[in-house]
Design a protein around this ligand. Structure first.
Ligand code: HEM
Length: 408
């Protein structure tokens, strides 16, 4: 029998992302309370694969945070210009919104493939020094985070100078924190000013690219959008800024979680070392197993019923991607890591009208990073699991470090 208060507390922690190992909590909820009410946040937590998949395409919920009963509008005039109009998020009534159409037009596998060489060069830049190391290495600080931020910067053309890269990483991280539905007032303000700073920086770049086109996504976006009015130019700026925020942490976190998973499963790691042709499917399986993105928010547009629970207009519904990806009704023995598994039904990149527009980039990056890691990780590399730092909050970034002993 479920002891509700304890599970409710754990579920509440998951809404703000502070539980370190979410899968067992989601497993229990999937079984006993698949549409779980979290009173502390006036929110629902949905954990079964069929429900999560259906809600991804259900018009009775939206990605538009302005529908949320606890939505706080931006306060400063600078923020109004950039934060009030939301690319990608406010698009449920028009799934093929301008921002989505433009992003899909430029983030094609062909264009990303053209830039793939650049990504592999960046991975090599951070991987090369690790091949000589025989001490403890924080793979998140020295590999996955800088590769991810540098790669997205290179692809988008933001920022153009290497000296700005670390500043951008911090800004992008602050910007994404504020997008979460439940966030403290101070984090929300910090996020607003990070978004304004990114947008104003990107605006200058956009103006520059209009004068001097370059080999990057800003130039491609300007081409396909034919932006000429200030409104259209502002929209290109918002799209680029959203891509910077969405693409900076995601792949770094996913790769760090994937490397942790690999080191916790020496059998599968050895299998991969022996047969690298498994790598593309291993990337999908590592994302299914733990991508670092546990929950995706939706907001109720019209009251409706789900599994006997009444969801009301304005409420938050947290869709558990991790819960869905470990659902035994879809994946046999879901808690077993298996690089031979068919992952087609995994919801790691979402589903339907908001399916991740960055999948081509994410896959190219992850493939290159895992491949490099197989080369620089010595045979006996040891994960220092007890020394991993975990942040107390956050849907994406719970893991703050990945210490690995390279002495073997
Ligand atoms: C492993 C890395 C990544 C994971 C696990 C991931 C996951 C997701 C998920 C689950 C969604 C759906 C959100 C929803 O339905 O509300 C999404 C949307 C999105 N992702 Fe990713 N993503 C990753 C990498 C990237 C990258 C590298 C970029 C940008 C270059 C990116 C850009 C976006 C954008 C713009 C959206 C919004 C799409 C829309 O609403 O139309 N993502 N991502």
């Amino acid at each position: 029998m479920l002891r509700r208060p304890a599970w409710l507390l754990k579920a509440s922690l998951l809404i703000t992302g502070s539980a370190k190992d979410a899968a067992p909590v989601f497993a229990r909820l999937r079984e006993v309370d698949p549409v779980c009410w979290i009173p502390r946040y006036d929110a629902w937590l949905v954990t079964r694969h069929d429900d999560v998949q259906a809600l991804f395409v259900d018009p009775r919920v939206t990605t538009d945070p302005r529908v949320y009963e606890r939505y706080v509008a931006p306060s400063s005039p600078g923020a109004m210009r950039w934060v009030a109009a939301l690319p990608f998020r406010a698009t449920n009534l028009d799934p093929q919104s301008v921002s989505r159409r433009l992003a899909l037009g430029v983030l094609t596998p062909r264009i990303v493939e053209r830039m793939g060489l650049g990504i592999r060069e960046i991975v090599e830049r951070f991987a090369a020094p690790l091949r000589q190391r025989r001490d403890t290495v924080d793979l998140m600080a020295e590999f996955t985070a800088p590769v991810s931020a540098t790669a997205i910067g290179r692809i988008l053309g933001v920022p153009p100078k290497e000296s700005d890269e670390s500043r951008f990483r911090v800004l992008a991280c602050n910007a994404t924190r504020g997008i979460r539905p439940i966030v403290s007032e101070s984090k929300r303000k910090k996020s607003e000013s990070a978004i304004v700073e990114i947008c104003e920086y990107v605006l200058q770049l956009v103006e520059q690219r209009r004068r001097e086109p370059a080999e990057d996504i800003i130039t491609e976006l300007l081409k396909v959008s034919a932006a000429s009015t200030q409104d259209e130019i502002d929209n290109v700026v918002r799209i680029v800024s959203a891509l910077v925020s969405a693409g900076t942490g995601t792949t770094g976190v996913a790769c760090a979680r994937g490397l942790r998973t690999l080191l916790l499963h020496p059998g599968e790691l050895a299998r991969l070392r022996n047969d690298r042709s498994l790598l593309p499917n291993a990337v999908e399986e590592l994302l299914r197993y733990d991508s670092g993105l546990a929950l995706v928010p939706r907001y109720v547009v019209d009251d409706f019923e789900l599994r006997g629970r009444r969801l009301k207009k304005g409420q938050l519904v947290a869709l558990s991607v991790l819960g869905a990806n470990r659902d035994p009704s879809v994946f046999e023995e879901p808690d077993r890591l298996d690089f031979g598994r068919n992952c087609r039904q995994a919801l790691s990149f979402g589903h339907g009208p908001h399916y991740c527009t960055g999948t081509s980039i994410a896959r190219v990056e992850l493939l290159a990073m895992f491949e490099a890691a197989l080369d620089f990780l010595p045979e006996g590399a040891r994960l220092l699991e007890n020394q991993i730092r975990w942040s107390s909050r956050g849907l994406m970034g719970q893991m703050r470090s990945l210490p690995v002993d390279f002495r073997g």
